[in-house]
Structure formats: C-alpha cells, structure tokens
Ligand binder design. Structure first.
Ligand SMILES: Cc1ncc(COP(=O)(O)O)c(C=O)c1O
Length: 305
C-alpha cells in the first residue's frame, strides 16, 4: 500500500487523507479528476508517468468549465505527482488520481463563491479490462450524457453516475463492457474508454462533438497509427450497425489501455478473434508507455532522479 497522499497543500499519510461528509464535492459531484498511469521499466530501472502534461492540461480545462482553480500550474501538478510517487517508493505500475474539488462544508448546489482544493493519491494497478482475450460488448440501453447536460470535455465526477449505470448493465447482462450511443443514436464511447473501429483498413473514431471524453490515449493511438503503423485515421460519426460489420474494434483509455473487442451485441467482429491492427497497436503502446520508443520518450516523465 502507498504511504502518502497529497491533500490541502501537503503530503500526508494516506490514512489521514480524509474529507468530511459535508464536503460539497461529495454532496453534489462537484469534482473534476484525471486518471494517469505510470509504468515501470525493468530495462531502465525507472518509473515513467505517461503524458502527465496532457492530463494536467485537460484537468485545467475541466476546471475552467466547472469554475474551479486548481491553484497550481500544469508543471507544478506534474512535479507534485512525481514527488508523491517517489515518496511512496513505487517501483511497479501505478495509477494516479488527481482531483480538484469544491471543498467547502456547505449545502447549496452552485459553482460560484466556493473554495477549491487539489488532491492526489496513487495506487498499484494492473489491467482494468482483460487484455488477454477480446471483449464481448453490448450497446447500452442507456444514452451518454450530452454536452448540454454534463459536458464530457470536463472530466467531472458527477458524470460517472452515467458510466456506472452503463457498466453495471453490461456486467449484469453477462458482457464485459458496453458501447454507449449519443442521444441521437451515434456511437460515442465505452463506459470509461474511447473506441476505434477498423473499416476498409482505416482506423475510424467518433468526433469529440459526439459527447465523448477527448481521451489522451485516443490521441496517442491516432499519433501512433499515423507515425508508426502508417494507417490512416478518420474522425467521423459512426452508426451502430457499422460496429457489426467492422473488420476490427478496440477500446482505448488510461485504464483500459488498448483493449480489443471481439463481439458486439452477439455479432462477431471480423472473424471473432483479436485483429492484427489491434494487436500491433497494443504492442506498440506498451513499448511507448515504458519509454522504449525514442521518438515518443518526451511523453514519459521519469520519477526517480
Ligand atoms: C468516459 C471516458 N472516456 C474515455 C476515457 C479515456 O481517456 P484517457 O485516454 O484520457 O484516459 C476515459 C478515461 O478514463 C473515460 O473515463
């Protein structure tokens, strides 16, 4: 277990890092957060935080939407993260959860005139989804929260009630994960991950305007597709039935990593096995996050000096 967390401007023992039951963020979901991974490299004897800058830039954007002030620059938050991992002597894969939240002990649902705090904890973490086989997915009966309800450009904790309903239905129905549609019936994303399909040899993913979280891994996949795999990427709306006739499909996300999908609504994707592009993308991704591809080593922040 990690020893320290960061709360109210200090590194303190994890067991003391608690908030009151009257905290505004707990009462109303008024918190924004990130999920960041750090990967251990045996080769370099080093822990690398993956794309910290982009995660903290997104956190800053989330704060803008929710009228919050993280109280730190992107560079400061990255350094606090590095120090926390160092203090916890984490020498294995880790998951980092920064959060900016409305910290007043106050009843009354609004965003203005309240105080904000930045907190951070880290924990050991393995795979979030099973990567050893393809995932069986269903299209959720729930619709995705829309930009005019709870905007996903803001990674707000309250929005994850929607994700919990989506994921629970999929698990209760015997599937591994769900794909969620926008209010007008187009593919948006998974419960906590973005989606790519392969059609005509091209990677296709829905646009940011289809209510999805603009994922850092989604961006990583697009860069790797074009720069390493030489596969064109198309950003456009995807119909539900395109899922059924795709050559391949996979989820991507910090938690999910690259998770191939092998069936949707009981229809096999391609030949029902993990496809070659998904497999290749997974292999390259795991090299990149451990700083093994020089071209992308600027994405990896070393923890230990
Ligand atoms: C709803 C949702 N979509 C997509 C993603 C993937 O985003 P990222 O690649 O930045 O982790 C996440 C990540 O947690 C998520 O919660």
């Amino acid at each position: 277990m990690p020893k320290y967390a960061y709360l109210q401007g200090e590194f303190i023992p994890l067991e003391d890092a608690n908030v009151s039951i009257m905290t505004h963020a707990f009462l109303y979901g008024t918190a924004v957060f990130e999920g960041i991974r750090a990967y251990w490299s045996d080769k370099d004897n080093q822990l690398y935080i993956f794309r910290a800058k982009e995660h903290y830039e997104r956190l800053a954007n989330s704060c803008r939407i929710m009228r919050m002030d993280p109280g730190h620059t992107v560079e400061e938050m990255t350094e606090i993260t590095r120090v926390l991992l160092e203090k916890n002597e984490m020498k294995g894969n880790a998951y980092i959860r920064p959060m900016v939240y409305k910290c007043n002990h106050q009843v009354g649902v609004k965003l203005s005139g309240l105080d904000d705090d930045f907190l951070l904890f880290a924990t050991e973490m393995g795979d979030y989804l099973d990567l050893s086989k393809g995932l069986r997915c269903k299209v959720s009966s729930w619709r995705h929260v829309s930009d005019n309800a709870i905007p996903m450009r803001c990674k707000c904790s309250g929005a994850y009630a929607n994700a919990a309903l989506i994921k629970t239905e999929a698990l209760d129905d015997g599937y591994d994960e769900a794909i969620v549609l926008t209010d007008d019936g187009h593919v948006s994303e998974g419960s906590a991950e973005n989606i790519f399909i392969v059609r005509g040899g091209k990677l296709v993913t829905p646009p940011e305007t289809d209510d999805l979280l603009p994922g850092i891994t989604r961006d990583t996949v697009m860069v790797l597709a074009e720069k390493v795999l030489n596969i064109p990427v198309e950003i456009r709306r995807i119909d539900r039935t395109e899922l059924y006739i795709a050559e391949e499909a996979f989820f991507c996300g910090t938690g999910a990593q690259i998770a191939p999908i092998t069936s949707v609504d009981n229809r096999p994707i391609g030949n029902g096995e993990v496809g070659p592009i998904s497999k290749k993308m997974q292999e390259i991704y795991f090299q990149v996050v451990r700083g093994q591809l020089k071209e992308f080593s600027h994405w990896c922040t070393p923890v230990f000096k």
